[in-house]
Design a binder for this molecule. Structure first.
Ligand code: GLN
Length: 316
């Protein structure tokens, strides 16, 4: 076993989880009704180790739209499909130091990184470039199912429609990027490209599914339940590097400093955390702090380091 004494480990995690339940700071995202209506008290956790041990607690079966968590998987899938060099011809590697939805480009005129909206929109435009939207969506879903080992990945159409209705900023970013030739040749209309981006934000999963997807990243791209390769080894390494430096919005630096693990959060309150070679986990609690990260999720990770030596540099 890569986590010795699994029951003892999971009971420690549960204790910590219950401690964090007391945290009621923060606000549920309210820019679309589907998120505003989320029950702020939901609190779920799932863990999946790279040898397939699983543990679920709290509202681990509650479905939520994955929002920016999709940026992680979309990047890994595109990097596997076309290679990192080609992908990074269009998008950088640097934390932007700006808001996730800011209209800005780096010094080379590229979006800063694939974990913020600008970079994620360009990244999703590279998914099966030139194919019909329906095929591109099918392709992505089947890749997500490889990552999850066939566990349920759904789609919330109401969220998609709302996202599209409140899309001025994402349209503005995209038009700006089009002006600066940030997109590859041969993309569909911006409307279609943004539809795809919003559809991927509107995929719906629960902690149980997302912990397996995170564990696939912890396991070098091979799903720990099916042993099927979902992501190439290099794309896996690359996405973890980007999550480490850019995955938690404007908390990324402090999170890397204090927790020392690659992670990604989304505006619905979901968060994945990867302990390379050990496990993937997903936390879900809809109340967000000022940086847009789940308050309970972040607090849990900040204290989790008490349980095991999970920080990247703990082994020193
Ligand atoms: N749908 C949101 C957007 O693109 C997702 C952002 C997020 O999770 N931070 O604006």
């Amino acid at each position: 076993l890569c986590i010795p004494e699994w029951p003892r480990f999971t009971s420690k995690m549960t204790e910590l989880f219950e401690e964090c339940r007391k945290i009621t700071d923060g606000q549920v995202a309210s820019y679309i009704p589907q998120l505003a209506r989320a029950d702020p008290n939901l609190w779920g956790m799932s863990i999946c180790s790279v040898d397939g041990q699983r543990y679920h607690y709290g509202d681990s079966k509650a479905e939520f739209c994955i929002q920016s968590l999709s940026k992680t998987f979309n990047y890994a899938i595109v990097a596997t499909d076309i290679g990192a060099d080609k992908l990074h011809g269009y998008v950088g590697h640097e934390p932007s130091g700006r808001l996730f939805n800011e209209i800005c480009l780096d010094a080379q005129g590229k979006p800063h990184n694939p974990m913020i909206n600008s970079g994620a929109i360009v990244t999703s435009s590279l998914i099966r470039l030139g194919r019909p939207l329906s095929d591109r969506f099918d392709f992505i879903i089947s890749e997500y199912r490889k990552l999850s080992g066939g566990l349920h990945v759904g789609f919330n159409n109401a969220t998609f429609l709302s996202e599209r209705d409140t899309a001025d900023r994402n349209y503005a970013i995209s038009h700006y990027m089009k002006e600066y030739s940030c997109f590859p040749k041969g993309i569909a209309s911006l409307r279609e490209e943004l539809d795809l981006y919003f559809q991927l934000c509107s995929l719906e999963c629960c902690c149980e599914t997302l912990s397996v997807m995170a564990a696939t990243l912890a396991n070098g791209g091979i799903n720990p339940l099916t042993q099927q390769r979902a992501i190439s080894a290099q794309a896996c390494r690359d996405v973890l590097s980007l999550m480490y430096s850019c995955g938690m919005y404007d908390l990324s630096g402090k999170f890397a400093f204090q927790v020392g693990l690659p992670a990604k959060s989304g505006v619905s309150g979901g968060m994945i955390v990867v302990v390379p070679n050990v496990m993937g986990m997903c936390l879900f609690s809809p109340r967000l702090d000022k940086t847009g990260n789940s308050t309970r999720g972040v607090s849990f990770c900040m204290v989790k380091t008490r349980i095991g030596s999970f920080h990247n540099y703990d082994s020193l």
